[in-house]
Design a protein around this ligand. Structure first.
Ligand SMILES: [Zn+2]
Length: 244
């Protein structure tokens, strides 16, 4: 069954007026499960993770179509991942219903300096304090300027707490250029949220999954074969061994 980001990508493709062309190799067939070339497919490696947390991705217009999008990787691992296309002038009623669902305690994940101080939190309430609600992390998936726009122009988010992350490491994301190493990709942000929610195992699995995806993606782009014993593979295997 395709996950939320896969379905959103398919819907976005249907609505495209002109075909979206990724820069390189876009004509080659891709695995529907991981978007990579069949020779570089990672589907057989996907770790099984259990987590109580949910993820709600608000995705900028063409973000679901980008082969380097990492929201996809979140949906691979976190069963309760929801994905919505963001638009300034409209909101999906299903998103409003999700935000109002009492089983969830939503957090908008965004730097605190852009929010009113009374909304900003740095920790995730443990379940009892949040009246038994499961954390739902709202991630604004797009470029930095798109994310700022989404944050500022989504009135239905304005009443929710803003979870401001305080990363203790630099980003390791290699697939898009950024001038700053404190700009994290979406799956790295999700992993930090899982860690804050006390879901360390899931957090580490997601980071390791990004590592494996990035390695396969770059090997495919450089027309290199996969070393199935690469550091990324070893990291993922070690994590899986520790959960058995
Ligand atoms: Zn695949």
């Amino acid at each position: 069954m395709p996950h939320a980001v896969s379905l959103l990508r398919a819907a976005r493709l249907t609505h495209s007026v002109k075909p979206f062309l990724a820069r390189r190799g876009s004509r080659s067939p891709r695995c529907a499960g991981c978007r990579l070339l069949p020779s570089h497919c990672i589907c057989g490696l996907r770790p099984v993770v259990s987590t109580d947390a949910g993820m709600c991705l608000l995705m900028a217009d063409i973000e679901p179509l980008k082969p380097s999008n990492t929201g996809w990787l979140i949906a691979d691992l976190v069963a309760d991942t929801f994905a919505f296309a963001w638009a300034r002038t409209a909101v999906d009623p299903a998103l409003l219903a999700l935000l109002a669902d009492p089983q969830w305690q939503p957090y908008v994940v965004f730097p605190g300096e852009y929010a009113a101080p009374e909304r900003v939190v740095h920790a995730v309430q443990p379940a009892p304090a949040a009246s038994g609600r499961r954390p739902l992390f709202i991630l604004l998936d797009g470029t930095w300027s798109e994310a700022r726009k989404m944050f500022g122009k989504s009135p239905y988010l304005a009443h929710l707490p803003v979870l401001s992350l305080q990363p203790d490491r630099a980003s390791e994301y290699k697939l898009r250029r950024s001038r700053r190493n404190d700009h994290f990709c979406t799956s790295e942000v999700a992993a930090m949220c899982l860690a804050l929610a006390g879901e360390e195992q899931a957090a580490q699995a997601l980071d390791a999954w990004l590592d494996v995806f990035s390695y396969h993606y770059l090997q495919a782009r450089n027309q290199q074969k996969i070393d199935w014993d690469s550091p990324a593979h070893q990291r993922l295997r070690a994590l899986e061994a520790s959960t058995v």
